[in-house]
Design a binder for this molecule. Sequence first.
Ligand SMILES: Cc1cc2nc3c(=O)[nH]c(=O)nc-3n(C[C@H](O)[C@H](O)[C@H](O)COP(=O)(O)OP(=O)(O)OC[C@H]3O[C@@H](n4cnc5c(N)ncnc54)[C@H](O)[C@@H]3O)c2cc1C
Length: 397
Amino acid sequence: MFALDDKLLALRGQAREWAGDFRAAALDVDRDPDGIGKHLDLPGVRFMSTLMIPPEYGHSPELIGGYRFHCSTALERTVLMEELAVGDAGLLLGAPGPSMSGVLVDVLGDTEQKQWYYDRLLAKPTWTFFGLTEPESGSDAAAMRTALVLGKDGAPSVLTGEKRYVGNASRAEMGVVLARHRSGPLGVTAVLLETALPGVFAEPIESLGMRGARISALRFESVEVPSNRVLGMHLPPTKRGMWAAVQVFDRLRSSVAAVALGIARAAYEYVLHNRALLTLSERDRLDRLGASIDCARELLHMAAAAVDYGRDGGQLASAAKARTCRLAEDVTVAACEFFGPGARVQHPLLDKLVRDARGVEFMEGTGNIQRLNVFHGLILGKRRSPSAPQVPVQTPR
Ligand SMILES: Cc1cc2nc3c(=O)[nH]c(=O)nc-3n(C[C@H](O)[C@H](O)[C@H](O)COP(=O)(O)OP(=O)(O)OC[C@H]3O[C@@H](n4cnc5c(N)ncnc54)[C@H](O)[C@@H]3O)c2cc1C
């Protein structure tokens, strides 16, 4: 068993409390994603809005149960995300804050770029976006066509192209965009982009699931990006572009897996609380669903700890993401069966959970892509046995 230490238990307890607020807002955010602004004062949403901003950039840590939290570790984030997603995955993913773009800025930004970016996030809750997927390239992200003509001697660079399904982009004031400045594996560069720049257009895309995340289409018409917003120019070419995007996925994949686990748990607990009299076989079926959720959590926590201790090339996190997304789809559909054929009409929350489970499958790589990653790692011998990583689970105060 993977036991959480006192610090992580304190975080889990606080997140459970915040999740109650998320649940109260869940159906409202699903019905009207543009009205999400009225939930910004919820303490859990506030916490998300500065999550992972390093203390050296002026961020005071949140004190929970006597412990300080920036949620800079993957294990902390998985514990937090599972609980908040039990409340509502839509509000969680639709919350303002650095999210994926923050990790890319952390990996690629120089000190001045980080200060500029974090100052804006600390000034007020600010939505950001991470623009990678395009109309013609999703899983095969390296096939992107969005073009960046790099400016010389301090001249602006020019960005032209389209991105698709980008979370929160139509609400965001700024974000990051990955674009090609030339062909080949080292030909991708990331820029920090303000949506107010001339030539940037963002429109929400209607979606069935994860409506709170307000996935959007972005269009760039010869956008002039100031030279000091091009990321990673102080780093060697091998440490920019796609390499940095992979770093983002490796650090955050266990968090997305935790969101999927939270959705599964929400459906399981819904049955537990709303079906008083279960037959023996129903009880047995529900228990098995609960046990599958607990097993998947073990894998997830192992994967997150492995990320934190650099013991995994991303394979465990990929396995956890594939497992929890599959589970979210299975458990949400199974939960409906406990309420008969009209379940999705009579139980709007269950209906929403089924839709959200489908949405999380596509985030940060579909199940097929995660399985490819796992087997690629096995072939390369990156991880020879599925045993637990030999890492301590105590986290510092
Ligand atoms: C809620 C949500 C939030 C999102 N947020 C963002 C965001 O913030 N930023 C962003 O850039 N993108 C975002 N996305 C987009 C997401 O990353 C893409 O949907 C995902 O990469 C899949 O791309 P695609 O939709 O083009 O599907 P495709 O890549 O066309 O895949 C379609 C199907 O083909 C399968 N497939 C594809 N390639 C292979 C292969 N090589 N082997 C086997 N099977 C394969 C896939 O598993 C899938 O079942 C978001 C999507 C959702 C649903």
